[in-house]
Design a protein around this ligand. Structure first.
Ligand code: SAM
Ligand code: DTB
Ligand code: SF4
Length: 324
């Protein structure tokens, strides 16, 4: 392994990242594991639980998303959950061992008003029971980011999803620039960034490298990087996409770890389709966070019992909240 491979860098190039992604898998995983041990000693894995507070009927046309109003899927718009309902779910998540509680809104952007005031109450409530609070709710303004920060929001999730070059094949109702502007507002407000993307949408290896390049040249790097494997949902334009080869996913996780040594790399959507062994390879490659609980936003996730057993079998522990 080159001596410089584990330095914190923000000047990665596409060519370098492509070379990492394409090297022999065992060399790649070895390099990623070496960086991981250096920066993140111990065997702690973060358990984050997701809740869809506002489901379906979204104005955006993201080709992967079952919640877009542009497509006919089995997901129908549902009434937004109340603060009390969300708090009851957060309390249960805490009792079964989650440390981060992530709340999702199927919105193009946050608008001021009762729904936003409720969101602020949810953030305060989740923090008051000792959990980290994360929100994902589309674009936001400086002022909204500041209000979320004041309410105690730990992280805002806003994914790049793919490369700038492939973006218009996937979404046309917003631009990459819109995405970057929101990320900037979040950073300026002092909220940590949760930003990653999806693999398995028909993108090229170059697209994967470019997405990782945008993330790895941010200064500082995002604190959390979710890597989602596309869940192809019936009714969406990507319904026919074949599942990604798990070894490709391992490559993506390992490369993300090498590029962003300190980030929490989260193996996100798609874990239900992975064997235990494939997930362990991802952990070897530097993954140190998963979604925990039988549901993501609208699609399935492994059972809690299966996940607890997996962690026990490999001798991993659950990360404590606010450990960072
Ligand atoms: N509406 C907000 C937004 O798009 O930022 C927040 C919710 S959105 C569902 C959050 C993320 O979930 C997306 O950015 C995408 O990366 C991921 N996602 C959505 N549908 C997915 C699918 N079918 N497979 C994998 N990831 C998916
Ligand atoms: C992220 O990157 N993945 C999560 C979370 N951030 C919000 C969402 C995955 C959604 C998968 C499809 C669904 O369940 O609707
Ligand atoms: Fe809406 Fe987010 Fe789904 Fe896109 S990914 S359609 S913005 S909920």
């Amino acid at each position: 392994m080159p001596a410089t491979a584990s330095l914190l860098r923000h000047d990665w190039t596409t060519v370098e990242i492509l070379a990492l992604l394409q090297q022999p898998l065992l060399d790649l995983v070895y390099q990623a594991q070496t960086v991981h041990r250096q920066y993140n000693p111990g065997n702690a894995i973060q358990l984050a639980t997701l809740l869809s507070v506002k489901t379906g009927g979204c104005a955006e046309n993201c080709a992967y998303c079952p919640q877009s109003a542009h497509y006919q899927t089995s997901i129908k718009p549902e009434p937004t959950m109340t603060v009390a309902e969300v708090m009851a779910t957060a309390q249960r998540a805490k009792e079964v061992g989650a440390t981060r509680f992530c709340m999702g809104w199927a919105w193009r952007e946050i608008r001021d008003g009762k729904a936003f005031d409720d969101m602020l109450d949810m953030v305060r409530g989740v923090r008051s029971i000792g959990l980290e609070a994360c929100v994902t709710a589309g674009m936001l303004t400086d002022t909204q980011a500041e209000r979320l920060a004041a309410a105690g929001l730990s992280a805002y999730n806003h994914n790049l999803d793919t490369s700038p070059e492939y973006y218009d094949q996937i979404i046309t109702t917003r631009t990459y620039g819109d995405r970057l502007r929101t990320l900037d507002c979040v950073r300026q407000a002092g909220i940590t960034l949760c930003c990653g993307g999806i693999v398995g949408m028909g993108e090229s290896l170059q697209d994967r490298a470019r997405m990782l390049e945008i993330l790895a040249t941010m200064q500082p790097h995002p604190e959390s990087v979710p890597i989602n494997a596309l869940t192809a949902v019936e009714g969406t334009p990507l319904q026919e996409q074949q599942p990604i080869d798990p070894l490709e996913l391992v490559r993506m996780c390992a490369t993300a770890r090498i590029l962003m040594p300190k980030a929490r790399i989260r193996l996100s959507a798609g874990r239900s389709n992975l064997s235990r062994e494939a997930q362990v390879l991802c952990f070897m490659a530097g993954v140190n966070s998963i979604f925990y609980g039988e549901k993501l936003l609208t699609t399935g996730n492994p059972d809690r019992d299966a996940d607890r057993q997996l962690l026990e079998d490999i001798g991993a522990t659950a990360l404590q909240p606010f450990a960072e």
